[in-house]
Design a protein around this ligand. Sequence first.
Ligand code: NAD
Length: 508
Amino acid sequence: MLSEAIRTESQGQRGPTFEVFNPANRQKIAELPIHSPQEVQEAATRLRLVQKEWASLSFKERANRLYKLRRLMLDNREKVIDVLVSENGKPRVEAAGEILYIADLIGYYAKNASKFLADQKVSLHLLKTKRAYVAFHPVGLVGVISPWNYPLILSFDDVITAMAAGNAVLLKPSEFTPLTALKMGEFASQAGLPLELVTGLGQTGSAVIDAVDLIAFTGSVSTGRKVAEHAGRLLKPALLELGGKDPMIVLKDADLDRVTDGALYAGLFNAGQTCISVERFYVEEPIYNEFVARLQTGIAKLRQGIETAGEANIELGPMTTPRQLEIVEQQVEDARAKGAKVVAGGKRRDDLPGLFYEPTILTDVTDDMLVMQEETFGPILPIIKVKDAEEAVRRANQSRFGLSSSVWTKDTSKGEVLARKIEAGSTVVNDALLAPPLAMEVPFGGIKDSGLGARHGGPDGLRAFCRKHSILVDRFQLKHEIVWYPYNKQVARGVNFVIDLLFKRGGK
Ligand code: NAD
């Protein structure tokens, strides 16, 4: 297998390096160091010193520095997009979407951090002699390990949230797309933010886990398990955002115009390389044929290739990694061999220099096919005909993944009833893909193999990077509490009196 993030032992003084390629034309665009465990530890030591000062700043001062990062990112928008597109291959408009998301996230937590992390007063139902509250302290040093499909969002969502909570951050971006993160790292340094980056492959990621207090990992299920095991051995908290296999349920009364356009977008955005891409379509029988026909018409109009500068003239770029192209190919071949019909696409684009795979529609798909069981992460739309909504929900839930999902119907009440039955971290009625993460106020994340539960978004998204500290204060400062030593009959009677008072027969 050709690896496009190749480890190379370089000559002379330099340590080992790896190479980064443009997936649209397979040209080498960078060669970067593989940082050693010792270099990772040294970065962690520096960051721990800086973190103390960072945590002592006011929320306002921290917000000002985050806004400075935003200003630098926005002032250099075209440069960031150039870098992102060169290493990931997505259309520029989608790269701009990553900037939009991160700019909004910075504003959201810069504005709300002081509110979300304010001490939480708690009224105690039993210990009326104490006053209590919960304080949120930064955990200290957070390690962020990120994948290649959203080089900006999936690194900087966690980086910014962790910093807004008062932490320093050590970031290890994907070896396939490290350049966007490095560019942002320059801006973060100019803005005076407590961030350092290390580059490398899995071993460098593993060293990050050793060096930090909490790990925020986004990536595949198989690496996620390794990260969880590693963090578990060290008794360190690990936040995991893993793979998906999102179902789209299309009921017979769905608006066919909206659902067809929505299906193409949610299945093919970023060439299908999104954790919340729609990867399974369950369509009620009466509209199945019409739905497939409309998808065929729509997919034929989509343009794939290398964008002409300033033209915004493609909808689909390449697969970002050679391995991903192989996975997509294998899944389509497996489906074909097991009886699926390829009614659009179905092969690599040999006419283009990069890692392109045609947007593809599969019908006559069965549950035993890899394309219905494993994450695909490619531009493949497998469609299943179902008798009714019940069958759709049952089959949607027959998956080891549970990230996001959607139901499409004009009857939104019915849609909401079905939504609640779907086993996933989020469900959208009449939309998909972008709606859950852009709704920053609600929790986002997966269940089952998709992760350890919703964690991004809202107050909990910020508090995930904090340790909770319960503080209790005695109100009356009596000389002696009645339950303290020495025990005697009076103490025993007192305890029994309280039990009877609170829980006497028939009481609730
Ligand atoms: P990956 O698991 O191969 O790699 C992710 C990161 O982990 C990389 O930086 C890699 O260098 C590092 N790594 C590898 N081995 C490691 C180890 N032993 N210890 C520590 N770090 C290690 O994932 P990928 O292929 O880069 O990304 C694609 C996957 O990410 C897909 O499965 C996708 O669904 C998932 N993803 C999930 C979400 C979500 O929010 N749930 C979002 C985007 C992507």
